[in-house]
Write a protein of this length. Structure first.
Length: 586
């Protein structure tokens, strides 16, 4: 993927940008006589936001507040990006006011996609490897393209860790993308990521159930819970036996038996009504079933075989349908009659239930008034409470045991991956050496004073959830500017490695403000390396933002090679405090 042009339709939102092969500088220039004017907020990063916008970045304000701040000036415009993949030209057009609908064209073919669907298409177009044994999912598109678009969205963002290039994602997930970008088999990392997702899903549920049981029943673990379940079962058996033997006085025995008989009848009628209502519901659904049949498609199929045969089939089908409709009408009349009959039964039983409940209420009043049922009522209440507690404990315990078993299985699978990781590192050892050679060559060109002291490694680290640890290290890497250098070297290594092996992968890399705080000699070394690579006939685009600092002569080392005048001449965009990207503050 090679970038060509970025502009607006209609023209005028900002000057058309032509991306060139080699170094592409977006330059913030001091104005003569105004050395103190700030070069911040003149539009360098906003221009890159428009590039990212065309590559289907999120339009949500919280994800890109800077781009959303331009809306009062950019409303009504469409941002256009022209690029090529495998020497085939493409144009993406994304309107500011309706960013969910995006147009992409190639040659005379133009298609319109929803943003989520275009991401899938671009993932296949740009990132899908032709021969790869690992995993690839088109839904990864934004996670992959973001590697090539290091645009600072907030002032607080820094190039702190080249591996954790998306701060919201875990190292477990990012390893999947890093291995894919380098070209290493990512099956192990992908399986590890899936298992970690499942593990992360299960653990909160287990904790929630455990806490609930602990707080409500003062039980600390499964052993105590199981013991409480056994105790409840014993108590329930004792109470049921006691209730079964419970006898009221002789003078109230008849009333008790009559009340029990009425209760039995009420329960039986309620159950019968429930069954009949279910039948009514089923009959009603069946009654409303649409039985229309279209003969046109069936006839057309047989006509294709033989015209006369098709006509005969059509006639036969129509006769069959007519007969079926007669049956259907008869069936509906039967169902209607059955529904009416069942409704009558339900109504009749309802009347009986009301009568039985009134009669039973009188008996209960008599028995309670004579204080003959007090103990029995309390016994039933206690029995019900214990049964409820038992059911709740058993239900939660079963869920907890199932989840714990599933969690244990996941942990077992993760341990298997740990064992497999050692074999994996052996399998990629030659490829690892090849990538390390690219990495170290870039480091040596950019850091002449530290030649030979860079570190790139992939090792097992079972203390980390990622299992495999990608390490990028440099001498004094946590010093000012050095940590940004890790990102610079590693990202360039990924870019150049993919240029050698993949025709479709991005041939560009965007670093927004990476040289802020770095020794400017590294900027010159990067410029020389990129230009040398491009002059050798390779397609490569390194896009970066940089501000003029005074005269720069003392800070850029080889002033004859890269003076402020040369930088301005080599820049694809030059912005000043008076000549901002959109011509105004936003």
């Amino acid at each position: 993927m090679f970038l060509k042009y970025l502009y607006s339709e209609p023209a005028g939102l900002f000057e058309k940008v032509e991306f060139r092969n080699g170094m592409n500088i977006i330059y913030g220039k001091k104005e003569e006589g105004q050395p103190k004017n700030s070069l911040n907020s003149i539009g360098k990063s906003t221009l890159l936001d428009f590039l990212d916008f065309c590559l289907v970045s999120s339009p949500v304000k919280t994800h890109n507040p800077r781009l959303n701040a331009t809306k009062k000036y950019s409303s009504g415009y469409t941002i256009v990006l022209e690029f090529e993949v495998d020497s085939k030209d493409f144009i993406i057009k994304r309107p500011i006011d309706d960013p969910r609908i995006i147009e992409i064209s190639s040659g005379e073919i133009t298609k319109t996609y929803k943003d989520k669907d275009l991401k899938i298409q671009l993932a296949k177009l740009i990132f899908q490897r032709k021969a790869y044994d690992g995993q690839f999912d088109p839904s990864w598109y934004r996670s992959l393209i973001t590697f090539y678009l290091k645009i600072q969205k907030f002032k607080s963002e820094k190039f702190t860790d080249p591996i954790k290039y998306i701060r919201e994602l875990s190292e477990v997930e990012l390893n999947v993308y890093h291995f894919y970008l380098i070209g290493f088999n990512n099956n192990l990392s992908f399986e590890n990521y899936k298992l970690n997702v499942d593990q992360k899903r299960l653990q909160p549920t287990i904790n929630e159930i455990t806490n609930f049981v602990s707080e409500k029943y003062s039980l600390n673990d499964l052993k105590e819970t199981q013991n409480e379940i056994n105790k409840l079962k014993v108590e329930i058996r004792k109470m049921e036996a006691a209730i079964a033997k419970f006898e009221l006085g002789d003078q109230y025995q008849d009333a008790e038996e009559k009340a029990n008989e009425l209760t039995g009848k009420i329960k039986d009628f309620l159950y019968q009504n429930h069954l009949d209502r279910e039948k009514i519901k089923a009959f009603g659904n069946s009654y409303e079933t649409n039985e229309d049949v279209s003969t046109r498609r069936i006839t057309r199929i047989f006509k294709e075989l033989d015209e006369d045969f098709g006509k005969k089939v059509s006639k036969t089908i129509k006769e069959a349908i007519a007969f079926r409709k007669e049956l259907s009408e008869s069936r509906k009349e039967f169902l209607k009659a059955e529904i009416e009959k069942l409704n009558g039964f339900v109504k009749e039983r309802g009347t009986k239930i009301d009568e039985f409940e009134k009669e039973r209420a009188k008996l209960f009043y008599f028995l309670s008034a004579k204080e003959a049922i007090t103990d029995l009522t309390e016994a039933f209440y206690n029995l019900s409470e214990k049964k409820n507690n038992l059911a709740e404990l058993e239900g939660n315990t079963k869920i907890l045991m199932d989840l714990t078993s599933e969690l244990t299985q996941i942990e077992t699978e993760i341990n298997k991956l740990k064992t497999q990781s050692i074999e994996f590192l052996k399998d990629i050892s030659e490829h690892l050496v090849e990538f390390f050679e690219i990495f170290s060559n870039i480091f040596n060109q950019l850091y002449l004073e530290q030649e030979g002291n860079s570190i790139f490694s992939i090792t097992e680290n079972f203390k980390k959830k990622s299992i495999l640890e990608i390490s990028v290290a440099m001498p004094d890497m946590y010093g000012k500017g050095k940590n940004q250098g890790r990102t610079l070297v590693y990202d360039l290594a990924i870019l150049i490695n993919s240029l050698k092996h993949e025709s479709r992968f991005p041939k560009f890399l965007v670093h927004d403000g990476i040289f802020d705080g770095m020794d400017k000699s590294h900027f010159i070394s990067t410029y020389e390396m990129i230009e040398e690579y491009a002059k050798a006939g390779n397609k490569i685009q390194y896009i970066t933002t940089i501000n003029e600092e005074g005269t720069l002569n003392d800070k850029f080392g080889n002033s004859d090679l890269l003076t402020p005048e040369v930088i301005e001449k080599k820049s694809i965009v030059v912005l000043t405090p008076r000549r901002k990207l959109l011509g105004k503050d936003f």
